[in-house]
Design a protein around this ligand. Sequence first.
Ligand code: FAD
Length: 408
Amino acid sequence: MFDAIDPKTEDLKGKLTAFMAAHVYPNEKQLLDEGRAEGRWTHTPLMRDLQAKARAQGLWNLFYNHGPEGQGLSNYQYTHLCVVLGRSLAAPEIFNCNAPDVGNMEILATYGTDAQKARWLKPLLAGDIRSCFAMTEPAVASSDATNIETRIERDGDDYIVSGRKWWTTGAMAEACKVAIVMGKSDSAAPRHQQQSMILIPMDAPGVRVERPLSVYGFQHPPLGHAEVVFEGVRVPAGNVLLGDGRGFEIAQGRLGPGRIHHCMRFIGLAERAIEEMCARAQDRAAFGSQLAAMGGVRQVIGQCRTELEAARLMTLKAAWAMDRHGNKAARDEIAMAKIFVPTVTGQIIDRAIQIHGGAGLSEDFFLAMAFAETRFLRIGDGPDEVHREALARAELKRATARTEELST
Ligand SMILES: Cc1cc2nc3c(=O)[nH]c(=O)nc-3n(C[C@H](O)[C@H](O)[C@H](O)COP(=O)(O)OP(=O)(O)OC[C@H]3O[C@@H](n4cnc5c(N)ncnc54)[C@H](O)[C@@H]3O)c2cc1C
């Protein structure tokens, strides 16, 4: 059932696969290396050139289904494409399908006013600007977003925003022109209605990008992850998204698709890791035997394929459930995939590193960076424990309902 793919998706998948072979893999190293050179927070001419090529071929905004700027695909259809572009860490941005811009575009398309869409969504969909999403704060445990301390205070026709954020992905990029900031606007309101989200231009007085953060030493240029300070930043009241106190509602809406997109990309990354693991094992010999002929190595390969198939099916099921029942009703499927897929794909990449020996740890291969990427997602978009807790809550609620039903 979960292999069924319609002609339109099949066609796009064929084009995307060909594009990856012709333009992405041959340029991957240069794309990732160039970013580290001088001026690393800029989009290089090579990236811009590949984006233009992708756009010309209709391989642009593949995730987007709110208007003619995208391909109008369902989550299920998009999964089949996202696993292809997920094979290279350099690829998502070439197709304007990268985090956090995808999530931010979803927010603007779903909750933005016409004026907000015209100012920010339009250039984001065109790839002319980048954006960031600032929720996490260094001073508080941000996996519980009710802890957030950034203040969003009304002052006449404006809001004044003050707070310190970190791990704000995308904020290092020179092209990053807008932040969606989550903060507290009413501490007296019910717990999940105290927070709002507000659009802040990155060049507004009082916005200060303080430093880049790295993940196992990788700084992920040109977008990067930053510590950002908002010091008495004044913006018009019209910059609030959806309305005062509705930040949590937006966060839930944003994170569902965002989480599953990460899972889709990781399936592609792990698929490539298995391919390279097999190629390496067939190419090298030790102690008089090809690595691929050794029982221990063969067990690893078999285990990787088994786990990846489970991860793939969970991701497809979650995407299908989102299409069929809506993001909210699919929250358990999304949570299960979000827990399982990064762990399993991280293990697969780790085993591929082991089979590559020292080479696997070097940056001559994509594996080290891929490992860092999968490791981050066991914390990013909510740590695994928080998702398990939500699943347990739902499970126990069902158990209580069953018991009550039996006793009546
Ligand atoms: C590479 C990267 C990119 C990121 N990008 C962004 C971004 O663009 N925007 C943004 O706002 N944030 C971003 N984040 C931040 C990320 O979402 C947070 O780190 C995450 O939500 C956890 O918050 P915290 O770091 O404050 O951990 P804390 O809240 O301090 O939690 C620490 C640990 O406590 C444990 N824990 C927490 N709750 C429970 C529980 N209920 N049961 C058991 N154990 C629990 C978990 O082990 C958890 O990892 C990014 C993070 C990384 C690493």
